[in-house]
Design a protein around this ligand. Structure first.
Ligand code: Y39
Ligand code: FE
Ligand code: FE
Ligand code: FE
Length: 230
């Protein structure tokens, strides 16, 4: 169980905290920027849902601005080069799928995997954030649930035709998420975010999403832990 920021007496001004924040803040800024672009691409791939998807893309650029303000508030310069490398695997898989018109894969990467990763990270961050960042993040995480919901609803409605592609996309992309979590674990710990809590929250969100789409409990066990030990 995580303690609150006040009880832990986190020193948001220490060099150690700011150094870790320069990478985590950059990851979030870069993630929000890529999510913005991904929803614009999804709007092209799903013209029937263009207006809804453009709305989601605009929310993502607002999130980016909010997190940029969080970095400025702590006088931290985000390490965006690090963040681009951090996202490179999922980013190139999304772009490749989009170029091939594989909308199911694009939805799995952005609206399920990345949104669940964001929800887990923001939920775990909120209790240990500084007051400024906590207020921003509380607003953002509400939006992320609505992004996850868009993917769940579309994939549920198209479940039968999407199932095989979802399984393959999960196999290719979930191991990348576990690798990303390992890469960020030490910096997250410096921000008082426990890796075990991040993994647990991600598994809960992702498992719930797969269940809402129509997968059986047996499928969910297999899919959600894929690559966890790799
Ligand atoms: O849909 C979204 O807004 C997601 C792009 C944003 C990315 C969030 C990435 C969070 C990972 C942070 C890891 C910190 C431990
Ligand atoms: Fe977002
Ligand atoms: Fe989002
Ligand atoms: Fe939930």
């Amino acid at each position: 169980m995580q303690q609150l920021a006040g009880e832990l007496e986190i020193d948001f001004k220490s060099e150690k905290y700011k150094d870790a924040y320069s990478r985590i803040n950059a990851i979030v800024i870069e993630g929000e920027q890529e999510a913005h672009e991904n929803y614009i691409k999804l709007a092209e791939l799903l013209p029937a849902h263009q207006d809804a998807l453009i709305r989601l893309s605009k929310m993502e650029s607002r999130h980016k601005k909010g997190f940029e303000a969080c970095g400025r508030n702590l006088q931290v310069e985000p390490d965006l080069q690090f963040a681009q490398k951090f996202f490179a695997g999922l980013h190139s898989n999304f772009q490749k799928a989009a170029a091939e018109g594989k909308v199911v894969t694009c939805l799995l990467i952005q609206s399920l995997i990345i949104e669940c990763f964001a929800i887990a990270a923001y939920n775990i961050y909120i209790p240990v954030a500084d007051d400024f960042a906590r207020k921003i993040t509380e607003g953002v995480v509400k939006d992320e649930y609505s992004h996850l919901n868009f993917g769940e609803v579309w994939l549920k409605e198209n479940f039968a035709e999407s199932k095989v592609e979802l399984e393959e996309a999960n196999r290719q992309n979930l191991p990348i998420v576990w690798k990303m979590l390992n890469e960020v674990a030490d910096d997250a710990q410096t921000l008082a975010m426990e890796k075990d809590a991040l993994v647990e929250d991600f598994m809960i969100q992702y498992g719930e999403a797969l269940s809402n789409i129509g997968f059986t409990t047996r499928d969910i066990m297999r899919l959600s832990a894929y690559g966890l030990t790799a």
